[in-house]
Design a protein around this ligand. Structure first.
Ligand code: EPU
Length: 433
């Protein structure tokens, strides 16, 4: 099995360029099948979640070409079935966007219940509520979400919680319903705005994305488009925190600084310098970090996807920090892994963790339990004394493009090796000393 081996203690220094946003890309790719005309999507991240969704779309009968790993050309006009039968679709979360896309276009969709990281119960009741409000009948049978409608009609829908997935899914279906739809308590994350912008570029009429009220006037057809995906705010945030963790100096390029404000504010609070440019941020840390409290919230609050990496940083910050997770009930499973590295962190009352900052972490064999947990363990390994082995890196590779390569370019001592390949492990140890 492949794993990362890391020798900690080297500051990250240099420049890194951020790729396209995973969670925006998944929504845009699904939405691209809503037109019969060709669509070109650029700045795609080269990650396994994207590959799986594209294969799933190809299996529907769509034409899918990959001129480069960062670009896809799709033609939805040749789709022959509304049953998303490609098996791997059930392993990723973003596959559920095919439901809103096909329901909007064909008024029928059969899509596997989604997978994704095991970070909580992750219900889809708000997606179903939205589809039903538009006039669809939705049932779950044999692991599939089956949604169909004679016709979709615009409706006034109030979401009971702020859900990125439900907002995007229902927005897609509503953009091809007849009449007006109003989504209230809509999610405001950048990827919601991104999918709305993309749908509008195909001729949809969506207003208000990025606020909690989205108004959609349905159209009867959509046309082709060429679209470039925004930079990944979570990848950018991960590099910002990795720079701070290693007392480094990194210029993180191709970012939208506005999307990083919550992370920037917390970094400044704990003693890190962050300089903002038009499309880059520079992160410099030179002294021991100090404690703070973090509470995850929907955008523009502190993102849940950065909670684990931020908490890792706080493990070596001076003083006591409290991290409260309000989005997912099960996003503290990594605490036991960090404990192997000497972190002093305990979960209290289920959704909070108290961290007593220690002087340093020490390398150990740890296991990625989900995507962002994996990223957190890599950052922990980069700042720890000695060698860290991160197992189950398939989680990390679902969402980070060339993480090892990018970290190495910044001077990190990290390599992907086969756990059986003792020679490669020895060679790495000899090389990094
Ligand atoms: N929720 C419901 N009912 C629903 C939908 C959501 O109760 O029908 C709840 C969830 O249980 C959760 C909260 O609402 O407590 C937010 O869930 P949301 O629907 O916003 O999350 P998601 O669409 O399943 C996306 C990202 C996640 C990211 C969250 C929050 C994708 C593919 N996934 O998930 O990304 O954590 O939004 O920003 O876009 C990751 O990239 O590591 C990741 C987990």
């Amino acid at each position: 099995m492949e794993q990362y081996i890391i020798k900690g203690g080297k500051p990250l220094v240099g420049e890194v360029t951020i790729g396209g946003a995973k969670n925006a890309a998944l929504g845009v790719i699904a939405a691209a099948i809503m037109t019969n005309e060709p669509v070109r999507i650029q700045n795609l991240p080269d990650i396994s979640d994207v590959d799986i969704l594209l294969k799933g779309i190809e299996a529907l009968g769509a034409v899918v070409e990959r001129p480069t790993v960062h670009e896809a050309r799709l033609i939805g006009g040749s789709i022959t079935t509304c049953i998303a039968g490609y098996d791997d679709l059930r392993k990723i979360r973003g596959s559920y966007y095919l439901c809103g896309a096909m329901l909007g276009k064909y008024k029928r969709a059969e899509v596997p219940l989604p997978g994704g990281c095991n970070i909580g119960s992750r219900p889809i009741d708000q997606h179903i509520k939205g589809f039903e409000a538009l006039g669809a009948k939705v049932v779950i049978q044999h692991g599939m979400i089956i949604a169909e409608a004679e016709k979709l009609e615009g409706a006034h829908i109030y979401f009971d919680c702020s859900s990125v997935g439900a907002t995007i899914n229902v927005m897609m279906a509503a953009s091809m319903a007849s009449g007006q739809t109003v989504l209230e308590n809509a999610a405001k994350e950048p990827h919601v705005v991104e999918v709305a912008n993309f749908l509008n570029s195909m001729g949809a009429n969506i207003k208000g994305a990025g606020t909690d009220i989205i108004r959609i006037s349905g159209v009867s057809s959509l046309h082709g488009s060429t679209y470039s995906i925004i930079p990944d705010q979570i990848e950018a945030g991960t590099f910002m925190l990795a720079a701070a963790a290693t007392k480094g100096d990194v210029l993180i390029k191709n970012v939208i600084p506005k999307h990083l404000e919550a992370v920037t504010a917390k970094l400044v609070e704990i003693g890190v310098e962050v300089e903002e440019f038009d499309d880059a941020v520079r992160v410099v840390a030179s002294k021991r970090l100090v404690h703070t409290n973090i509470k995850t919230l929907p955008y523009p609050g502190f993102p849940t996807d950065m909670q684990q990496v931020m908490a890792t940083l706080l493990c070596v910050a001076e003083g006591t920090s409290i991290v409260t997770e309000t989005i997912y009930e099960n996003r503290f499973m990594y605490v036991d892994e960090l404990a192997r590295m000497g972190a002093c962190m305990r979960v209290v009352e289920g959704n909070s963790a108290v961290i007593e900052g220690v002087e340093k972490l020490t390398g150990a064999i740890v296991r990625a339990l989900d995507l962002r947990c994996g990223a957190a363990l890599v950052v922990a390994g980069l700042m720890a004394d000695g060698y860290t082995t991160v197992e189950h890196i398939e989680y990390v590779e679902r969402g980070y493009e060339k993480l090892v390569h990018k970290m190495c370019e910044l001077g990190a001592a990290i390599e992907k090796v086969d756990s059986e390949d003792t020679k490669a492990i020895q060679k790495f140890k000899l090389r990094v000393g």
